[in-house]
Design a protein around this ligand. Structure first.
Ligand code: F6P
Length: 552
C-alpha cells in the first residue's frame, strides 16, 4: 500500500503556517482596496453561483492552498476515485458514487465489468416500479392504490432520502406522501404508522448491508403492523408482504431471507458508501414521490458537478477551493466547527444530511496507511435554516470567541411567491441572507456604535469584529438538479479535505464498537445477571436504575 503524503511536511503547509503568523484579515479594507474582489472570487459550478469573496482569503493564501493541493496529490487521488481504483483501502473497495450519475451510454470498466450499464439497469427497474405506484397500477393486496410510502432505513439509508424528499416537496405527486422511520426507539414506527391505512401503505426497507439492527427491527414491527391491520386480507401473508414491502440493498440474499420477494428488491454495489447512496436505489422513495423524470434531473445535477470537479481549472474549481478553505480554517485558524445555513426552508434537513456525509467521512484519527494523522481532521458540521438560526445561535457566530466558517445557501426563485400586502416575502427572507453575510464580514466598529448614540459602557458589547468568514451559494431555484448539485458539491469538498489529511474518507469503523457493545449489553438490560455483572460499574448502575424504574 502506498502511504499518503504528509501534508504537514510539504513546502505549501510551511508557507501557509508562516502566512498565518502575520495574517491580519481585513475584509473591509480588502473590499475597499479592490473593487474587483467580489467578482474575482465569485465562481460558477453548474447552476451554482458561489461567492468566496467574504472568506479570509487573498491571492497569496489562494496560491499556497492550491500548491498544497498539488503537493498532496488531490488531482491524482481524484482521478483514482473516478476511475474506480480501490481508494477505500481499509475495506478494499472502489469508491464510485460518481458512477451512479454517469449518463447512459458512458462506460466505466472496474474489475472487468462495465458498471454504467448495471447502474442504468437498476435505475430502469426502480423507475418502472415507481411509475407503477404513481399510476395506481401497483396496488396493495386489497386492490387499493398506494397513498403512503414509508422508508425504513438509518444513516445513509435514511438521511439522504428524507433530506431530498423534503427539499423537493413541490415536486411530489398529489395524493402521495413519504414518511421516514429510522430510530429503533419504538416511538418512531408507532408515530409514523398511527394514522395510516395498511391497505394503502407501502414500506421500503432500505439497508445497504441488510443487517442493521434498527432497520431490521423496524421492518419486523412494520410487517406485524401491516399483517395485523390487514386482518383477513392478509390470510396469505407472503402475498400481502409482496404487495406492501419492497427492499433496497446490496445483499439481495438477506432480503429474501427476510421474506421480501427478490423481484421486489433493488440492488446496488459495495462501491457505494451508505452516506453517498441517495443517488442509487436508496433513493427509491424519492423516485416514487417525484417521478423518474425529476429523479433523472436530480442525477444530472450531480453529474454536472462531477464534470466541474474533474475539469475546472484549480483556481476556478469550487469543490477544490471550498475544501482547501476548510483546511485553512481547521488547521491554521483552529476552527472546530463549520455551520451550514440554508435560507431555503425546504433544505431544513440538509445540515443533518451533511453531518453524516462530512463527519462519518472525515472523523478519523489515522491515515489510510494506518499511521496517525499529523494534523487535526474532521470539523463538526452543524446548522439550521435561516432565519430560524438567527434567533437562536447566530449570536455565537457574530460575537463569540471562535472562528466558525459559515456557508449560506439560497435560491432566487421561491416555490411559493407569497406576498404580505405589497411586500414580497421571499425578498424579506433573502434580505436577511444578504445582511447576515455582510454583518459577519464587515462587523461594526466602536465608532459606528458610538455614532448611534450608544452609552459608552455598552459600546464594547455592541461592537462586531467582522472578518467572520462566509461562503454564499446561490442558485436560480431549488430544482431536482440543483439539489443534486449541492450534494455533489459537498461530497467533493469532503473528499478534498480527506485527501489533504491523508485519511480514508470512505470507511466508518468508528461506528462499529458501539454496535457490538449494544449486542453484548442487550441480555443485561433484559435481566441476565451474568451479563450485567460483566459490565463496568457505571453501566451496571444505569441498567439497574432502568430495571427498577420500568413499570411495565
Ligand atoms: O452508522 C453506520 C452505517 O454503516 C452508515 O454508514 C450507514 O449509512 C448506516 O449505518 C446504515 O447502514 P445500512 O444501510 O447497511 O443499513
Amino acid at each position: 500500500m502506498t502511504s499518503p503524503v504528509d501534508a504537514t511536511t510539504t513546502a505549501a503547509w510551511s508557507a501557509l503556517a508562516e502566512l498565518k503568523q502575520g495574517f491580519a484579515p481585513d475584509l473591509r479594507g480588502w473590499f475597499d482596496a479592490d473593487p474587483e474582489r467580489a467578482a474575482r472570487y465569485s465562481l460558477s459550478a453548474g447552476d451554482l453561483h458561489v461567492d468566496l469573496s467574504k472568506n479570509l482569503l487573498d491571492e497569496e493564501v489562494l496560491a499556497r492552498l492550491l500548491e498544497l493541493a498539488e503537493q498532496v496529490g488531490v488531482a491524482e487521488r481524484r482521478a483514482a476515485m473516478f476511475a474506480g481504483e480501490k481508494i477505500n483501502v481499509t475495506e478494499n473497495r472502489s469508491v464510485l458514487h460518481t458512477a451512479l450519475r454517469r449518463p447512459e451510454g458512458d462506460s466505466l470498466v472496474v474489475d472487468g465489468t462495465d458498471v454504467v450499464p448495471q447502474v442504468h439497469a437498476v435505475l430502469e427497474k426502480v423507475y418502472a416500479f415507481a411509475e407503477a405506484v404513481r399510476s395506481g397500477a401497483w396496488t396493495g393486496v386489497t386492490g387499493k392504490r398506494i397513498e403512503t410510502v414509508v422508508n425504513i432505513g438509518i444513516g445513509g439509508s435514511d438521511l439522504g432520502p428524507v433530506m431530498v424528499y423534503e427539499a423537493l416537496k413541490p415536486y411530489v405527486q398529489d395524493g402521495l406522501e413519504c414518511r421516514f422511520v429510522s430510530n429503533i426507539d419504538p416511538t418512531d414506527v408507532a408515530e409514523a404508522t398511527k394514522d395510516l391505512d395498511p391497505e394503502t401503505t407501502l414500506f421500503i426497507v432500505a439497508s445497504k448491508t441488510f443487517t442493521t439492527l434498527e432497520t431490521l427491527t423496524n421492518a419486523r414491527l412494520a410487517r406485524a403492523w401491516l399483517l395485523d391491520g390487514l386482518g383477513d386480507a392478509a390470510a396469505d401473508q407472503q402475498g400481502a408482504v409482496a404487495k406492501h414491502f419492497v427492499a433496497v440493498s446490496t445483499a439481495l440474499d438477506k432480503v429474501a431471507d427476510f421474506g421480501i420477494d427478490p423481484d421486489n428488491a433493488f440492488g446496488f454495489w459495495d462501491w457505494v458508501g451508505g452516506r453517498y447512496s441517495v443517488d442509487s436505489a436508496i433513493g427509491t422513495a424519492v423516485v416514487v414521490a417525484i417521478g423518474p423524470a425529476a429523479f433523472a434531473d436530480f442525477l444530472a445535477g450531480f453529474h454536472a458537478i462531477d464534470q466541474h470537479f474533474t475539469t475546472a481549472e484549480p483556481a476556478q474549481n469550487v469543490p477544490l477551493l471550498m475544501g482547501l478553505l476548510n483546511v485553512w480554517y481547521v488547521n491554521f485558524f483552529g476552527a472546530q466547527t463549520h455551520v451550514v445555513l440554508p435560507y431555503a426552508q425546504y433544505l431544513h434537513r440538509f445540515p443533518a444530511y451533511l453531518q453524516q456525509l462530512t463527519m462519518e467521512s472525515n472523523g478519523k484519527g489515522v491515515r489510510y496507511d494506518g499511521s496517525p494523522v499529523t494534523s487535526d481532521t474532521g470539523e463538526v458540521f452543524w446548522g439550521e435554516p435561516g432565519t430560524n438560526g438567527q434567533h437562536a445561535f447566530y449570536q455565537l457566530i457574530h460575537q463569540g470567541t471562535r472562528v466558525i466558517p459559515a456557508d449560506f445557501i439560497a435560491v432566487a426563485n421561491p416555490a411559493h411567491p407569497l406576498t404580505d400586502g405589497d411586500a414580497d416575502v421571499h425578498e424579506l427572507f433573502l434580505a436577511n441572507f444578504f445582511a447576515q453575510t455582510a454583518a459577519l464580514a464587515f462587523g461594526k466598529t466602536a465608532d459606528e456604535v458610538r455614532a448611534e448614540g450608544t452609552a459608552e459602557a455598552v459600546v464594547p458589547a455592541r461592537v462586531f469584529t467582522g472578518n467572520r468568514p462566509t461562503t454564499s451559494i446561490m442558485a436560480p431555484a431549488l430544482t431536482p438538479s440543483v439539489v443534486g448539485q449541492l450534494i455533489a458539491l459537498y461530497e467533493h469538498i469532503t473528499f478534498v479535505q480527506g485527501v489533504v489529511w491523508g485519511i480514508d474518507s470512505f470507511d466508518q469503523w468508528g461506528v462499529e464498537l458501539g454496535k457490538q457493545l449494544a449486542q453484548q449489553v442487550t441480555p443485561a438490560v433484559g435481566g441476565d445477571e451474568d451479563a450485567l455483572a460483566a459490565q463496568d460499574a457505571s453501566t451496571q448502575a444505569l441498567i439497574r436504575y432502568y430495571r427498577e424504574h420500568r413499570t411495565r
